[in-house]
Design a protein around this ligand. Structure first.
Ligand SMILES: Nc1ncnc2c1ncn2[C@@H]1O[C@H](COP(=O)(O)OP(=O)(O)OP(=O)(O)O)[C@@H](O)[C@H]1O
Ligand SMILES: [Mg+2]
Length: 104
């Protein structure tokens, strides 16, 4: 008889349908809209896209440096909305690493 299957662990980091706009004078700039991304434990990913496509905006949201206008960011399966800055910073420093680079 085979052993019961373990439930798969939640993603280390997850964005679900996140959107973020910036107010620029009288206009609203949509930086990202309805973006979802899931990062599994041990997974290494890179974001690639043209300038202005929203890479930094998405990293800021997933690094808990900024909050989405809509959508959810989860760390280890737990929704990060409402976390204190200290908790967000500590978690960001220990459970995932985000590297901001202009070019690779
Ligand atoms: N603080 C801000 N105020 C107003 N608009 C912003 C702000 N930050 C980013 N934007 C706009 O949001 C969009 C996405 O910008 P973002 O910096 O996330 O793109 P990026 O992919 O990181 O670009 P790059 O490759 O040049 O770093 C762009 O249109 C940008 O002009
Ligand atoms: Mg950028």
């Amino acid at each position: 008889m085979s052993a019961p299957r373990q439930p798969s662990p939640p993603p280390v980091l997850e964005a679900e349908s996140v959107s973020r706009s910036y107010r620029l004078g009288a206009s609203l700039v949509t930086a990202i809209q309805d973006v979802s991304l899931s990062v599994a434990s041990g997974e290494l990913i890179a974001l690639k896209g043209p300038s202005g496509s929203g890479k930094t905006t998405l990293l800021n949201l997933m690094g808990l440096l900024d909050r989405p206008d809509a959508g959810v960011v989860r760390v280890g399966g737990v929704e990060a909305e409402g976390w204190t800055r200290t908790r967000a910073r500590t978690c960001g420093a220990t459970s995932s690493g985000l590297s901001f680079r202009a070019s690779i």
